[in-house]
Ligand binder design. Structure first.
Ligand SMILES: Cc1ncc(COP(=O)(O)O)c(C=O)c1O
Length: 390
């Protein structure tokens, strides 16, 4: 297959979809480990297999520490955040339960819940956000019922970037004995998370965004004392004579051969994040974002959606250009300016309904750790030209 030359010159502002490019040392380091130790970890006793198993276990330990967890065996791998959220949601509710979530959710929360609801198993409340896009913890607590068993909240919006007060929500849930799950797809790797302090019972993460690993790896951390029912069964590599899926973690929530390349990618990416510093990465992204937002506010016929506050947010900006369908604006950015953005509803239809941008959605710019000032200037010039010509 031949690749177009200009792929290299792209101004990539679609980091909320996936961070690109990944740091070269993460890609190269992961491939090197995979080349040397890419056997089926934990399945046999030969040396390579033991080293492979250690690499997996080290990744569990590193990520457990990173999320403030206590037991590395409760760090379970899955394909991505969507997969982990399915496992958590389906494994944490029972018939007759009431679940509370928000209008900020991604379809990876909305759809599993809607399926359970359509099957007559649960009732669901989607609580609207307040003001600029933040949840009022009191609004969630006001919906608590006797049969409320679970609250699921998106930590960072992939449409408007707002970071939710998960600690306050977590405390309210803990006081009532209600399980609290967060979707950390957009935040893991760039915003500090401490499952203990934040009273989080389980979190779902994806590897390919700010955790800077390849696609196809993600997972969950399940706090001690929290039990998630298995909803998938299969091989675990150990206790093969036992006729049912194992109860103990991490096997309980994992089936089949693990994504070793993805897992060592997570490990190498943790080294990168530690070296560069998570706060330094966030500050870098937010400095660029401040310039981007300021520039966008000055362009005639451009409307920014969501809050313009620079506090408690991710560097994600949603906008529309008067008289232009967002998908056409996205095509112009791509074809005429080689700027990559995401358009439409970004898999989060309820935010757009509440914002009044459904059904066409918005154009979304998402900044990442590899962006530079010149990317912001290129994007601003592109939007200026598109808005002037539309
Ligand atoms: C808030 C949020 N949740 C969940 C997901 C799903 O992540 P993945 O596609 O890696 O499963 C995304 C991805 O865009 C997201 O932004």
């Amino acid at each position: 297959m031949e690749f177009p030359e200009d792929v290299q010159d792209i101004t990539y502002l679609d980091n909320a979809a996936t961070v690109f490019p990944k740091p070269p040392e993460v890609c190269e380091g992961a491939i090197e480990l995979y080349k040397r130790y890419g056997v089926n970890p934990g399945r046999s006793g030969y040396d390579l297999c033991l080293v492979g198993g250690d690499l997996v276990q080290n990744t569990r330990k590193t990520l457990t520490r990173f999320f403030g967890g206590t037991d590395p065996d409760r760090l379970c791998f899955a394909y991505n955040a969507s997969d982990a959220l399915n496992i958590l949601i389906q494994g944490m509710v029972a018939k007759g339960d009431h679940v509370i979530t928000t209008t900020l959710e991604h379809n990876s929360v909305i759809r599993p819940l809607n399926h359970l609801k359509r099957d007559g198993l649960i009732e669901v409340d989607f609580v609207p956000y307040s003001g600029g896009g933040w949840m009022d913890p009191g609004e969630i607590a006001a919906r608590f019922r006797k049969n409320t068993s679970l609250v699921v909240v998106n930590h960072g919006s992939n449409v408007i970037g707002t970071l939710q007060p998960v600690e306050e929500i977590g405390r309210l849930c803990r006081e009532r004995g209600i399980r609290f799950v967060i979707d950390a797809a957009q935040t893991a790797g760039v915003v500090p998370i401490d499952v203990g302090r934040m009273c989080i019972d389980a979190l779902a993460f994806t590897g390919h965004k700010s955790l800077l690993a390849p696609t196809g790896i993600g997972g969950m951390y399940v706090a001690e004392g929290v039990e998630v029912r298995q909803t998938r069964y299969g091989g675990t590599g150990v206790k093969s004579a036992y006729p049912y899926h194992l109860e103990e973690y991490p096997f309980r929530l994992e089936v089949g051969t693990l994504n070793v390349l993805g897992i060592v990618g997570l490990l190498k990416a943790q080294e990168y994040i530690e070296k560069r510093g998570m706060t330094a990465i966030y500050t870098h992204e937010m400095e660029l974002f401040a310039r981007l937002q300021e520039g966008m506010q000055e362009i005639d016929r451009v409307t920014l959606h969501g809050t313009t506050s620079l506090k408690n947010r991710l560097p994600v900006l949603s906008f529309t250009v008067e008289g232009l369908d967002p998908s056409d604006a996205g095509t112009m950015l791509d074809v005429d300016h080689n700027v990559a953005a995401r358009t439409g509803l970004q898999c989060a239809p309820l935010v757009h309904e509440q914002m009044g941008t459904a059904p066409r959605g918005t154009v979304r710019f998402g900044l990442g750790p590899m962006n530079e000032e010149k990317d912001v200037e290129t994007a601003l010039e592109a939007v200026r030209q598109i808005a002037a010509g539309s």
